[in-house]
Ligand binder design. Sequence first.
Ligand code: DGY
Length: 321
Amino acid sequence: MTKPYIFITRKLPDEVVDPFREQLDISMWDSEEVAVDPERLLKEAKHADGLLTMLSDSIDGDVLRQASNLKVVANLAVGFDNIDIEAAKKHSITVTNTPDVLTETTADLTFGLLMATARRMMEAASFVKEGKWEHWSPLLMAGSDIHHKTIGIVGMGRIGEAVAKRARGFNMNVLYHNRTRKQEVEDRLSVEYVNFDSLISKADFVVSLVPLTEETEKLFNEEIFNRMKREAIFINVSRGKVMDEKALYQAITTGEIRGAGLDVFQEEPISETHPLLSLKEVVCLPHIGSASRETRYNMMKLSLDNVLNVLQGSNPLTPVN
Ligand code: DGY
């Protein structure tokens, strides 16, 4: 019997992929770093039974329409805004993502980024390495406190909860806003549900964990930044397109807010000439929310299990549609 054929859009470690070769005929793009060429992706999509994709691959309606054999797209991310879910549904293609396995790792990064931004850690580390540290002084690299401050989490999914838990450990007051109120989470973690406007005006740290949808695109815009506290710090670890980068730059340079910690950008990779990169109040990371070795390996394995399940006629472990 011929094995189902799958294409993986990045080179993943053999130790993760090889155990699946017994049941699947697997090809991979040959680079771990550089994204698959769109022409190759389309060519593969046209005859593969399954695709294992990265968040940087655009799996749009055009690709899915031409993918006549395709039964499953397993995205190596919890977010799936790079895939046209409606088109997948229309063509009966299952889409899966990688929730749960990355929750704690992404929450660690979120809280680390919040701390690094508030306490100016990146700026201070460069200061030492560049040989600029000549004196100790009372206000040298003085940042903002974290403990006992108010954090406002926008998007209380699994990662939001894990961030809230960390914040409670720092004796922070935790506000959240979500499409649905979560009474059980409020009771368990001592967090308070507030409406979006109230969160924006009360939080010292506004943390975006919302998925990118039509409703959340540019949710954080000029008007919203202007309504934040002047000492507020904005943290974005969800998707770059939920914020207006020009408005964020303007808000920081005019003192409407104090700074930002960003793991995601409207265009990734961000250009090295992007104005936000010139600001010392902004800490930028290259979309590494879930990037621990353990978690990335777990995400790869989960994605392959999802592909295998669908192609063997079982239910995927973590379906999106
Ligand atoms: C995801 O999985 O969607 C995250 O953005 C990865 O860091």
